[in-house]
Design a protein around this ligand. Structure first.
Ligand code: FAD
Ligand code: NDP
Length: 338
């Protein structure tokens, strides 16, 4: 089929849709591709700087993506998200450049409000099914120097960025003491000369097995009761981390060319607070092995329900699952005459 030129996001009038997708990362767009190819005429709200991200999601904030299959030479994050969008539109998805600010999931069809309309109880539109693909954002420390060296030594994803040349055979640091920190530090030992793990307490939060792996690795040193307080560098690249001892208040320097944040993520679930079951950290809980939430007709895909993998490809995978599950539900209901 000939490619169709993507439209700019359109502003639409009132809608009732079979399926509305909220979010425009790999999860949302993969769901859109499947649903539009199944003739379900999905509407995808890509957001207008929703949750602090441009439409397209977290990948718009990065340069090279080297682990997404199909791109043997890598692809720029922004280019990949634009391709996702083009593919959704090619098959008929209506992409709307607005943010959904309010949802009512108490009855079907579900009601939703666009940003700006949430104050008017009658300004809602409706959908028989909703795919929530609003993503997540890595927690940051807001250190002095953080903005300067973000993507130039500081990263929130070792698996994504660890292999880049600026980290090769250089001292690196990971901040955090959970499973992510343990996993990322271990991963980074493949690239860095040595990895320091900055733990703010005298204890790890990581599970026993991950902690054991971390502590027994000769290329890793845990610096207990330690937090970074400033990122410093040369020629635009990180080269030093100013550290503080949380017990004594003493400060010192750690020469390092990489600082990886592993202090948790915040899922974008404000919209469904009190309506969908979430865990203690706010991630949507899905029935294991599916994207089904506790509300029939609402499916969650991507980072909003995944604190374990948090990758573009896993988000795309769950986006596909959500679409197939939504399609199945709607087909069953149609058969029963609902
Ligand atoms: P997201 O990408 O988080 O996108 C969600 C989108 O939904 C956002 O655009 C947001 O604005 C929008 N949205 C949110 N709320 C609303 C709303 N209420 N209404 C409308 N829209 C809304 N992964 C890899 O596999 N390889 C990499 O190399 C890689 N590099 C990365 C580099 C960086 C710097 C970061 C931050 C992440 C990286 N990741 C990488 C992780 C990857 O980007 C995420 O796992 C993936 O993007 C998650 O996809 P998602 O579809 O769940 O949502
Ligand atoms: P966690 O919330 O488990 O851990 C966050 C870590 O960061 C904690 O050690 C915390 O310290 C520290 N931290 C938080 N804020 C700051 C701060 N401002 N300054 C310094 N340190 C800070 O997040 P993870 O991402 O590690 O894990 C999330 C979930 O995903 C967990 O359930 C985990 O088990 C799971 N996971 C599992 C993996 C696996 O099984 N292989 C791999 C990755 C994640 P403190 O302890 O003092 O609060």
């Amino acid at each position: 089929m000939a490619p169709i030129t993507p439209s700019k996001g359109v502003k639409s009038t009132k809608l009732h849709s079979k399926v509305v997708i909220i979010g425009s990362g790999p999860a949302g767009h993969t769901a859109a591709v499947y649903l539009s190819r199944a003739n379900l005429n999905p509407v995808l709200f890509e957001g207008f700087l929703a949750n602090g991200f441009a439409a397209g999601g977290q990948l718009t904030t990065t340069t090279d993506v080297e682990n997404y299959p199909g791109f043997p030479d890598g692809v720029l994050g922004g280019e990949l998200t634009e391709k996702f969008r083009q593919q959704s539109i090619r098959f008929g998805t209506i992409v709307i450049t607005e943010t959904i600010s309010k949802l009512d999931l108490s009855v079907r069809p579900f009601k939703y409000w666009r940003e700006g309309a949430e104050g008017d109880p009658n300004a809602f539109e409706t959908a028989d099914a909703i795919i929530l693909a609003t993503g997540a954002s890595a927690k940051r420390l807001n250190l002095p120097g953080e903005d300067t060296y973000w993507n130039n030594g500081i990263s929130a994803c070792a698996v994504c960025d660890g292999a880049v040349p600026i980290f090769r055979n250089k001292p690196l640091a990971v901040v955090g003491g959970g499973d992510s920190a343990a996993e990322e530090a271990t991963f980074l030992t493949k690239y860095g000369s040595h990895v320091y793990v900055l733990v703010r307490r005298d204890k790890l939060r990581a599970s026993d097995i991950m902690a054991k792996r971390l502590l027994s690795n000769p290329k890793i040193t845990v610096l207990w009761n330690t937090v970074p307080i400033e990122a410093q560098g040369k020629n635009g690249l990180l080269s030093n981390i100013r550290l503080k001892d949380t017990k004594t208040g003493e400060e010192r320097d750690l020469p390092a060319n990489g600082l990886f944040y592993a202090i948790g993520h915040t899922p974008a679930t404000e919209l469904v607070k009190g309506q969908l079951e979430t865990d203690a950290e706010g991630y949507v809980i899905t029935v294991p092995g599916t994207t089904l939430t506790n509300v029939k007709g609402v499916f969650a895909a991507g980072d909003v329900q995944d604190k374990r993998y948090r990758q573009a490809i896993t988000s795309a995978g769950t986006g596909c699952m959500a679409a197939l599950e939504a399609e199945k539900l709607l087909a069953e209901e149609e058969e029963l005459g609902h």
